[in-house]
Ligand binder design. Sequence first.
Ligand SMILES: Nc1ncnc2c1ncn2[C@@H]1O[C@H](COP(=O)(O)OP(=O)(O)OP(=O)(O)O)[C@@H](O)[C@H]1O
Length: 507
Amino acid sequence: MTEAASGRPLLDASGVAKRFGAVVALKDASLTVAAGEIVALMGANGAGKSTFVKILTGALRPDAGHIHLDGQDRRFASPAQARRSGIMPVYQEPSLIPDLDVADNLRLVDVPVEPFRHWINELGIADLRLDDPIAHLPLATLRILDLALTLAKEPKVLMLDEMTAALPTDLVERVLTVIRAQADAGRSVIYISHRFAEIARVCDRASVLRDGVTVGDFTIEPGIEEKIVELMLGGVPTRIEASGTRARDSAAAAATPRLQVRGIGAGSKLADVSFDLHKGEVLGVVALEGQGQDELFDVLAGFRRARSGTIEVDGKPASFGHPADAIARGLTLVPGDRKDALLMLRSVRENIALPQLAHPSKWGAIPMRREAARVADAVERLQIDMRAQAEVRRLSGGNQQKVTIGRWVAAGVETLLLFDPTRGIDVRTKHQIYPLLRELAGQGASILFYTSELDEVALACDRAIVIFGGRVVDVIEASQASEQNLMRAAYGLTEVERQPSATEAQP
Ligand SMILES: Nc1ncnc2c1ncn2[C@@H]1O[C@H](COP(=O)(O)OP(=O)(O)OP(=O)(O)O)[C@@H](O)[C@H]1O
């Protein structure tokens, strides 16, 4: 904490309550942040963090409670009013209008170009063009744009809701450096995240919400993590371990791969990627921002055509001109942006049952009962918060993400393409998802798993390919997948020493 952080809090909220119909989102939430301080707001999925931030930033009206800014009792009637007082959020979902380009979006929210450019450079996406259409930009870039827009308006209190959840490691580093510098310059930051490593690095304090009630406030110090997890989850101990054994079946590894990818290139970033994905295997994909991973998943899911290379599914050539072609060959994508996967106005149940609903020939009393049982099983295993189940858009971000995964747990899959699937999911559920992926693999599914959280390779994968500059530069077994090894490879530092060929990328 800087010297500026001592003394009276800049923002002081207490007794905040909010209900949505029958759902009590907040009962008694409180939070203080001083100038120059970074405070983590923590809690399991659905604990009420986003609701609290929306109240603090004028997007929602509280049912009860007080908010003091600079010692004065304030009730913001709108986000614009909160912004004028210097309180500015970056929400979980990108805010820019997809049909416009970057420049038009800047004009729309009245942000001058020069400070925006400054922050874009600081945050590591200097190659962005102002005439890039928003709809063509990857989620990670959109999140950085939202942050740059907000910083350009010089906030007094910056509120970041899962800011780093969709970002690759290099961009996470940039964001953490920038927000620490903001605090050192006397600004305040409220930082919502499920990632302890980041909180330990940049935050001064953590405030913990459980079921809408603030249950603790801690100074960040070594060893505090266990205490926070215990409080967040209400005393349920969470051991963070690799999920099950993964002695790969050598017969399966020798058999025809489920997916054989050779020399795939697409767009300007994906140059030449080759790998085999076997039946029963979880193959991690690790890459820094913009190394071609988005393009690779797009090609495999039929959203974009490859410029070069071949794909074989179960030993037979495949060519995907449309997502339906990939689905027909058993390849299912869980996209990074959940908005692309969910029917937001439909119920949790309908969203999870979607693959079955797509086959009217299977309708009938018994399949319906079976479907209900499958949905109930997915809800139970992923601990989906069903309090607002009638419309998925009313679920918390983490719970929406669980629904996108739950759909495929319920449906059963052959080849699952997961793009950063645990984004915004709390620590307890994450550690239920890893064994679940292992279980799907154990039943014969093949899973390609891009992750921006490097520890997930050791926790859930058999091995990982590392992509740098659009090429596979290393293949790392789970047992060797320390963060250090993965990072070295992801930065291309192993490329000179050892460049694996397509055959080395096979087990
Ligand atoms: N508009 C709404 N209508 C009904 N329920 C809502 C609405 N917005 C939020 N909720 C409910 O309020 C509760 C708290 O949600 P909130 O998004 O604040 O949680 P969170 O702590 O931010 O979770 P996450 O970590 O998953 O983002 C959830 O049960 C959610 O379904």
